[in-house]
Design a protein around this ligand. Structure first.
Ligand code: FES
Length: 228
């Protein structure tokens, strides 16, 4: 199990108001939007308690990870395993990108905004909160209007906990066979206990044909892969 070192440079609050660490790490450890690392304090023999670290912000030398262990502080040295899993796939042909924070979590969607704007995409965010410091080019709408964006977007990227998957039909106003007017990619948040090394099954998600593992098959799935 290969790990690389990282170091906590700063503690701050994320857009979701969670304690977040700016982690400096080697370039190969930098996760893409939607991917994660498993991280623990160097020398902590209980690496089974590794924290899943998703990027809420990215830079060339590191990333911001929200929801970190309370013991981490500036200077904490880390062991990092990953990047792990499948992240968001933002095709260069995308012109209209919609983001949906189902259940209120925005942090893991935010790293899509900068690359989207750099590729001249129009971006709309559907959320029940209005994060500070969002680029003014991003339009914000209440989550209840999410179904309306399906006719506009080239791609809808969602973030939701596994327990909210059964709510998607109503939220997207989709009936019958669940055919969608635009591609939808969903980051399904589950426990990521072993990151795929022990087949623990804690991250299982209902797939169309068989159960899928969010730790390796996801955590970002095309909605067409899922039984929703
Ligand atoms: S987290 Fe253990 S199999 Fe996915």
């Amino acid at each position: 199990m290969q790990t690389r070192p990282g170091i906590v440079k700063e503690i701050r609050l994320s857009a979701d108001g969670l304690p977040a660490a700016w982690i400096e790490c080697p370039q190969p450890s930098r996760p893409q939007p939607g991917q994660y690392l498993l991280g623990w304090a160097a020398g902590d023999l209980d690496a089974a308690l590794a924290a899943p670290l998703f990027p809420a912000e990215l830079a060339v030398d590191g990333f911001l990870a929200a929801g970190i262990p309370s013991a981490w502080e500036p200077g904490t040295r880390l062991e990092l395993r990953g990047p792990l899993g499948q992240g968001f796939d933002l095709p260069v042909t995308t012109r209209r990108l919609a983001l949906g924070a189902v259940g209120g979590a925005l942090d893991r969607l935010l790293p899509l905004i900068q690359p989207g704007l750099q590729q001249n995409m129009a971006i709309t965010l559907y959320a029940d909160q209005h994060p500070a410091n969002l680029p003014s080019a991003v339009e914000i709408y209440p989550l209840a209007g999410l179904s309306e964006v399906l006719a506009w977007a080239d791609l809808l990227a969602l973030d939701l906990e596994r327990r909210y998957v059964p709510l998607l039909r109503a939220l997207l106003n989709v009936e019958g066979d669940g055919r969608l007017p635009c591609p939808v990619q969903a980051l399904i948040l589950t426990p990521l206990t072993c990151g795929g090394v022990a087949d623990c099954g804690a991250c299982a998600v209902a797939g169309r044909r068989h159960p899928l593992l969010a730790c390796v098959d996801g955590p970002v799935f095309s909605l067409n892969e899922l039984d929703w």
